[in-house]
Write a protein of this length. Structure first.
Length: 182
């Protein structure tokens, strides 16, 4: 595959993402490698360094959304060298997958995936707690009625949370030794 493919898209269990990247690099792949795995920004930086040694161009990808259907699109966010972004967008041009380039280096798409999945998981856990509390006290129907009246997500209500909280989780690019880059 590494001898015939111009583009390799890696989507595998995140625990195996570095192993897959190393195997592709060991084959001397010098095309476009798109890592679409749910990995940390630090892992993505490591994957990029591994593949860059073989001459590959590396894009960081983040798949967000349900599988494509008549009513739902899947978004594929990409960050990294701009020359590769157009190639990947062309691959998905006539599909339900919407490629969305992100400005910046490898790691941005991984940060987006981490941020979004953190929000999704935490909000689901809090929803379960709120519903259990309401059910235990006989007001679950009222709680659901209130929730159905909402048309937006708390994630989009930026005035709702203090700006300090948003900065507290800021991710900073790191060098090979794990120190923040200037």
């Amino acid at each position: 595959m590494t001898e015939r493919a111009d583009i390799i898209l890696s989507i595998c269990p995140p625990a195996h993402a570095q192993e897959v990247a190393a195997a592709v690099a060991d084959q001397g792949f010098s095309g476009l490698y798109v890592d679409g795995n749910a990995v940390s920004p630090a892992t993505m930086t490591s994957i990029s360094a591994t593949l860059s040694q073989s001459g590959a161009t590396v894009l960081d990808g983040s798949v967000i959304g349900s599988p494509p259907s008549d009513s739902k699109d899947t978004r594929f966010f990409l960050s990294g060298p701009s020359e590769g972004l157009a190639q990947v967008a062309a691959v998905f041009a006539d599909s339900a997958v919407r490629v969305r380039p992100l400005p910046g280096d490898v790691g941005k798409a991984s940060v987006l995936k981490l941020s979004y999945s953190s929000y999704q998981k935490a909000s689901r856990a809090l929803t379960a707690v709120a519903r259990a509390l309401a059910a235990d006290h006989g007001v679950e129907g009222e709680l659901l009625d209130i929730a159905q009246g909402r048309t937006t997500s708390y994630l989009t209500e930026t005035a709702y949370f203090p700006k300090v909280a948003a900065r507290a989780w800021r991710w900073a690019p790191r060098d090979a030794r794990g120190r923040p880059r200037a």
